[in-house]
Write a protein that binds this ligand. Structure first.
Ligand SMILES: NC(=O)c1ccc[n+]([C@@H]2O[C@H](COP(=O)([O-])OP(=O)(O)OC[C@H]3O[C@@H](n4cnc5c(N)ncnc54)[C@H](OP(=O)(O)O)[C@@H]3O)[C@@H](O)[C@H]2O)c1
Length: 287
């Protein structure tokens, strides 16, 4: 008689609100594609109950890890046994994995971006000059990973000066890269010697799909790689305008898939079926 095993391995996301988080679509497609009895669920966890939820995760052996989203990415830090080095610099964790009884925090947002840059645009960050629009969570993760991967200079352009300066100071102090803050004076002129321009603001996110970061698009040149973190819709007006200037472009859907693929591998130990995940999310965003 075949051995019976009714155990399902569980992962998911803790957030508040969390109903609209689409990550489960790609993670569950990946589990199905590999024939794994794993399940990804959205868990609505109020801020004051994050500690209880993490104790539940610790206590449940087949609960293998979680993503964290708003408002838990920083609040989770004190509950973890270990925090990966780049997540420590970023100061936020978006993925927790169980290693025996230990909970280990990682940040896969910037790593997903780096993988998109390397695998899809064939770009090595070593020695590059990058301009990052924004200084929130996504910008911090991207700027720190670029700096740790050997970017020469990072210019942080942000609407509010205090957040922008804080990110530039963090990179300058905690990584080998040179960083500076540039005030966002419309229309922002991208410096001629930039290799990489990243929109890491929330401008262009659904439903505000027609809005554009206020930059002078004529300052974008064909040698530049221009990236957007907005995953839905992936072909943003920002990327379209950059492509019209001759730039090589990279969309936020790729970054979202790769950050999920890295989490998938951390939790399950299996290489993620990236193409399956990409197709599942693309179909979800554009049915
Ligand atoms: N593709 C992916 O894998 C991925 C992963 C993570 C996040 N994201 C996306 O990244 C975006 C940012 O997320 P986040 O967590 O970094 O958000 P956040 O922490 O709230 O930061 C938002 C950033 O956008 C700037 N901003 C917002 N509206 C602006 C406007 N009208 N003009 C100028 N600047 C504006 C903010 O500037 P101030 O500081 O001046 O407010 C801040 O720098 C979201 O759209 C999210 O969906 C994508």
């Amino acid at each position: 008689m075949a051995e019976t095993n009714y155990l399902t391995e569980l992962v998911g996301v803790f957030g508040f609100p969390v109903a609209e988080n689409p990550t489960g679509v790609m993670q569950n497609a990946a589990f199905r594609a590999l024939g794994l009895r794993w399940l990804y669920l959205n868990f609505e966890v109020a801020p004051q109950q994050l500690g209880d939820a993490l104790r539940g995760l610790r206590a449940t052996r087949n609960f293998r890890g979680v993503n964290l989203t708003i408002p838990h990415k920083v609040a989770v830090l004190p509950y973890l046994d270990e925090i990966a080095p780049s997540a420590q610099v970023i100061g936020a964790v978006n993925t927790v994995r169980r290693d025996g009884d230990r909970l280990i925090g990682e940040n896969t947002d910037g790593k997903g971006f780096m993988r998109a840059l390397g695998d899809d645009a064939d770009i090595d960050a070593l020695g590059c000059s990058a301009v990052v629009l924004g200084a929130g969570g996504a910008a911090r993760a991207i700027a720190v990973e670029l700096a740790l991967a050997g970017a020469r200079t990072i210019t942080v352009v942000n609407r509010s000066r205090d957040r922008g300066e804080a990110l530039a100071t963090l990179i300058q102090r905690q990584t080998p890269a040179q960083a500076r803050y540039a005030a966002w004076t419309p229309a922002y002129q991208v410096p001629k010697d930039s290799d990489l321009l990243v929109n890491a603001t929330s401008i262009g996110l659904f439903p505000e799909v027609d809005t554009l970061p206020d930059i002078d698009f004529s300052s974008i040149t064909p040698g530049m790689v221009v990236c957007d973190v907005i995953p839905n819709p992936p072909r943003t007006p920002f990327l379209r305008r950059a492509a019209e200037q001759g730039a090589n472009t990279l969309d936020g859907l790729g970054m979202l898939v790769y950050q999920g693929a890295i989490a998938f591998q951390m939790w399950s130990g299996y290489n993620a079926p990236v193409e399956v995940m990409h197709q599942a999310l693309a179909a979800e965003f554009n049915p």
